[in-house]
Design a protein around this ligand. Structure first.
Ligand SMILES: Nc1ncnc2c1ncn2[C@@H]1O[C@H](COP(=O)(O)OP(=O)(O)O)[C@@H](O)[C@H]1O
Ligand SMILES: [Mg+2]
Length: 362
């Protein structure tokens, strides 16, 4: 029996376009012998729409105008209606959700919560692991518990900062040296992030980051090489070889990530065997620390001056185009893009069955 997979893409975050590219690649490469694929796009305003047609229209954004305005997407279970898509007189029941949405409302546990309510398997991390992975402050606290090496960090809130800027700044300066990185706690794609070298810049950068989030993290800036590892699995977790990003700019900001062509991926990373093993182990440990399932990409820094290694972050829905780091690392480790999609769907069903076998709400 073919399974009905609902590929969900787009979304309200700044990474909307990346999501469209990832979805187009998944659509083109998913095994059509095994799966019927239904595409649901979420506009930048947050509207869910059913789109049926050429995958190129997903990538170029035309799906919004071409989507079927009469289709109804049923996500909340009721007595007389299953979870699925109602199009004219047809009803496509959904067996698995494949959300490929990055950043807030896609990677932060919110959409995962909706799938839990729907009671349908979904690809990727759970509500809890997604929300921890997305929150740079919580994630650092969890990694600390696992003794994973991290740069020094501090955090503040809009409330604290408005109440007493001087105290917040002087507390940060007591524990961290310049340069520092200032980041909104919950965002992605380098939005709202600044590198600062003076007190004046620090104050401005916190205000800037507070435009995006109530909470802000401040980190010790290092002269970093950027190393990334892909992980895959539920209870049995595997790590790919590590890759390295050679950014086109001083740091891997939005422009270097998505606009400029000159950032390069080096696979495998040019590190010795020992370090390679170490980062792969750390990637698995980080994934387990947040109780991840399905997939994640774990990002590290290697200090160019001291060769120390630090974990930077875990991305629970990494970029997934055919040329993105996540699938590329698996390709270099022996899993083809098409098989990776298959594996992720199997893992979604495995985790769903595991959860549903427990005596919780029966
Ligand atoms: N503590 C740091 N030291 C040096 N560079 C950093 C530091 N934190 C972030 N960066 C640079 O900024 C980029 C974006 O930061 P990151 O925390 O990965 O945010 P995002 O979630 O937006 O990807 C990193 O890829 C790196 O180039
Ligand atoms: Mg990052």
């Amino acid at each position: 029996m073919k399974k009905n997979v609902a590929l969900i893409f787009g979304g309200k975050s700044g990474e909307h376009e990346v999501s469209l590219s990832s979805a187009c690649s998944i659509y083109n490469n998913i095994d059509k012998q095994k799966y019927n694929i239904y595409t649901i796009g979420i506009t930048k305003q947050g509207d869910w729409m059913y789109y049926e047609g050429d995958s190129e229209n997903i990538k170029n954004g035309n799906w919004v105008n071409l989507s079927n305005k009469n289709a109804k997407i049923n996500l909340i279970p009721t007595k007389d209606k299953k979870i699925g898509i109602e199009v004219e007189d047809k009803f496509y029941e959904i067996d698995v959700f494949f959300p490929v949405i990055h950043g807030p409302y896609g990677e932060d546990g919110t959409i995962q919560g909706l799938f839990e309510i729907s009671n349908i398997p979904y690809v990727g991390c759970s509500v809890l692991s997604s929300s921890i992975g997305m929150d740079k402050i919580m994630c650092k606290k969890i990694f600390k518990e696992g003794n994973l090496p991290q740069v020094e960090f501090a955090y503040t809130t809009e409330f604290e900062f408005k109440k007493d800027k001087e105290k917040v700044i002087s507390d940060i300066e007591k524990s961290i040296k310049y340069p520092m990185f200032v980041k909104p706690a919950n965002l992605g794609s380098s939005v709202g992030i600044s590198k600062v070298k003076t007190k004046d810049e620090l104050e401005k950068a916190i205000s800037e980051a507070l435009k995006y989030d109530r909470r802000v993290i401040i980190e010790q800036g290092i002269n970093a090489r950027e190393i990334e590892v892909s992980v895959l699995g539920n209870d049995e977790v595997y790590a790919s070889v590590a890759g390295e990003i050679i950014p086109a700019k001083e740091f891997y900001d939005y422009e270097a990530k998505y606009i400029s062509e000159s950032s390069k991926l080096l696979i495998p990373a040019s590190i010795d065997e020992n370090l390679m093993e170490k980062v792969r182990d750390m990637a698995i440990k980080a994934f387990k620390m947040i109780d991840g399932c399905g997939l994640a990409r774990v990002d590290f820094f290697i200090d160019k001056d001291t060769n120390e290694i630090y974990i930077n972050e875990i991305n629970t829905m990494p970029g997934f185009t055919k040329i993105s780091m996540y699938p590329k690392l698996w390709e270099a480790s022996g899993i083809k893009y098409k098989d990776l999609i298959d594996k992720l769907i199997d893992l979604a069903i495995e985790r769903f069955n595991q959860k549903n076998s427990k005596e919780v709400c029966k």
